[in-house]
Design a binder for this molecule. Structure first.
Ligand code: GLY
Length: 630
């Protein structure tokens, strides 16, 4: 079964059950300052899982491109085994306080056994065993008992309870790691059994049993995660019930492909194997002998291709830094195998994904050039690093840079090793961006312990610098952030009052510290203009304008003059926030009318102050303003 067939069957199945398809949100989230990538299908739905009204209803289905390379959802180091990928397509369905466990679990079983045609004999499930005040999930156990009994399978051998490390889901991981305000809940996972003969090692840490459904040996594969999203962490570290009980289900398309092809190695499925074969050609080596390296090349390059197609270029910060790390890891493995050309591999990758992601074909040249350029920069960086060490240690170069980098012409043992200080190794790490392994592959040895100490020091520093990042997405519904959202609407309208309605938002980013608003404008604002904008916003705050929202058909929203970007392909109904007028349903005579998910303050007087703190030009015809509220 192709990926596209699996997707179509899934969407049809859930659409027939009253679900509305929602779009694949951008891989780089818009208007979410706390996370670098979209890493789960639920991310764009967070405000609605938390209780906001969604204009399209209560049942959703989609396929979301996700990248897991940051925070608690960081799988970069896992790539290389039989199943981990950092980029994958997450097939999902959601219930916003509508149906719950007794619908979701039988539906998933039906989809998997009757639409993907997987043999029920090969399926196992896990459920939440309970933790502190959160009880054991007896309801799911009872539902699974019935499901397995109905197909003549003894449920006793199929249902396994686990604690929060395995059967609790939040974007931050286990309950202790969740920040205040983050959503989470127990989950029930479905596993596919590739068969006893596949047991590779016996060191499962679970239940003192040799191999178990959560064992890492590769025999069992988690193919579906049904999260019962019903809690929110409070300031005392306890869990409050959300206003509604939600279902948040996500399954990896690539894992469904593995199960339907009964192939325990994701890189040998019909999706990835042609790429592996291209790597074999380019390196003149065998997958069997160099499995890990070839998996790393494929896994890291496929994530890179999607990240680049989302508009990111390699750099030393944020998404660009992660992309650089992925590319350099892929290049390291490729060079280790003395590979010739990356281009045919990129081409093969785009070819394999083009059925589900045709955008990659349009962006092929951009993707290829970005990767090849980074390959060149990486080589340059390593030459500079070698120069730095040779100068510092007054070494006469015995090998050319290329030979050192590529290990060409000499066996590794003859390349010679130069001892350098941990401080210098750290300089190569922090200023040249080379990892310890990369430094060693240049033929330099250093004291690992001293280097580790330096790293620790550095990590503490960078942790302080990035405190606040990855705390959680729009779950940041702190009072100040909500005020910032409303102030941003007022700011946009004030700018349009002054400069005309061709001016509109091209981006925004709100944290509890400040709001940031990007708009189309070709020059800086003068001091007087800034003051004028501030005055208008402050006046609207003083006027105590009521804030309310309405769900309107898209044509109606346009008719009343609401602004914002609608996605007409997916949205029939939209949520519009009105600031001003009587605040009554149906009164559209407001000062600001904007398409938005919310939440917002109830009245502008909830905002106590507003001040523009900074402006900058962010591109041709693009300006940015920063402001603070209280
Ligand atoms: N939100 C469920 C998952 O990502 O597994």
């Amino acid at each position: 079964m192709t990926g596209k067939e699996i997707i179509t069957k899934f969407k049809t199945f859930f659409i027939e059950k009253g679900h509305v398809e929602i779009p694949n949100a951008p891989l780089i989230p818009e208007n979410d300052p706390t996370t670098l990538f979209t890493s789960s299908g639920m991310q764009p739905l967070i405000p609605y899982l938390a209780g906001e009204v969604h204009p399209q209803g209560k049942r959703f289905v989609n396929v979301q491109n996700v990248f897991r390379g940051q925070g608690a959802l960081d799988d970069i180091d896992e790539v290389g085994d039989n199943r981990h990928l950092t980029f994958f397509r997450m097939i999902g369905n959601w219930s916003l306080g509508d149906y719950f466990k007794k619908e979701q679990l039988p539906w998933m079983f039906e989809y998997i056994t009757q639409h993907l045609n997987l043999d029920p004999e090969k399926l196992y499930v896990s459920v939440f065993e309970g933790y502190k005040e959160i009880p054991k999930d007896e309801e799911s156990i009872n539902i699974w008992n019935e499901i397995f009994s109905n197909v003549g399978i003894d449920p006793k051998e199929r249902i396994f309870p686990y604690g929060p490390k395995k059967n609790w889901w939040s974007r931050a991981g286990v309950p202790e790691n969740m920040p205040v305000g983050e959503l989470g809940g127990p989950d029930s996972e479905i596993f596919y059994d590739f068969g006893a003969e596949l047991k590779i090692h016996e060191n499962s840490i679970y239940k003192d049993e040799k191999c178990h459904i959560n064992c890492d040996c590769g025999r069992y594969l988690e193919i579906s995660n049904n999260v019962f999203m019903q809690y929110k962490k409070n300031a005392n570290g306890e869990f409050d019930n959300l206003p509604q009980k939600n279902v948040d289900h996500g399954s990896g398309l690539e894992r469904f492909i593995m199960a339907t092809e009964n192939e325990p190695d994701v890189f040998k499925t019909s999706l990835f194997y042609p790429i592996i074969q291209t790597i074999e050609k380019q390196t003149e080596k065998n997958y069997l002998d160099f499995t890990r390296e070839m998996r790393m090349i494929t896994g890291h390059l496929s994530s890179s291709v999607f990240i680049i197609s989302a508009g990111v270029t390699p750099s030393n910060k944020e998404q660009g830094y992660i992309l650089r790390r992925l590319l350099r890891r892929a290049i390291d493995s490729f060079e280790k195998l003395k590979g010739r050309e990356l281009s045919p591999i990129i081409e093969s990758l785009v070819n394999q994904y083009k059925e589900t992601d045709p955008v990659l074909v349009d962006k092929f040249e951009e993707i290829k050039n970005t990767i090849l350029e980074e390959q060149g920069k990486y080589e340059h960086t390593r030459k500079e690093a070698i120069k730095f060490i040779q100068k510092k240690y007054s070494l006469t170069p015995t090998l050319s840079h290329r030979e050192r980098i590529k290990g060409e012409g000499v066996g590794d043992e003859l390349m010679g090793q130069t001892e350098i200080s941990a401080d210098d190794a750290f300089i190569l790490y922090s200023t040249h961006g080379l990892s310890p392994t990369q430094i060693k592959s240049l033929g330099y040895v250093f004291n690992d312990q001293e280097f580790a100490n330096k790293m620790k020091e550095h990590k503490t520093l960078s942790k302080t610098a990035s405190a606040g990042m990855f705390k959680g997405g729009l779950a940041d519904h702190s009072e100040l952030t909500v005020k910032g959202h409303t102030a941003t609407h007022l700011l946009q309208q004030a700018l349009r009052d002054l400069f005309g309605t061709q001016l509109h938002q091209i981006g925004s980013n709100i944290t509890s510290e400040r709001l940031r608003f990007d708009f189309n404008f070709d020059r800086k604002l003068t001091d007087e203009e800034i003051e004028k904008v501030e005055q208008i916003v402050r006046e609207k705050i003083k006027d105590s304008l009521p804030v309310h929202f309405e769900i309107l058909p898209i044509e109606e929203a346009k008719k009343v003059g609401a602004i914002g970007l609608f996605d007409e392909k997916y949205e029939k109904q939209v949520k519009i926030y009105f600031i001003g007028g009587s605040g009554k349903e149906g009164d559209h005579n407001a000062y600001s009318k904007e398409f938005c998910g919310g939440p917002h303050v109830n009245n502008t007087s909830d905002i106590k102050s507003f001040k523009i703190t900074r402006q900058e030009k962010i591109g041709v015809g693009k300006q940015r303003l920063y402001a603070v509220v209280q």
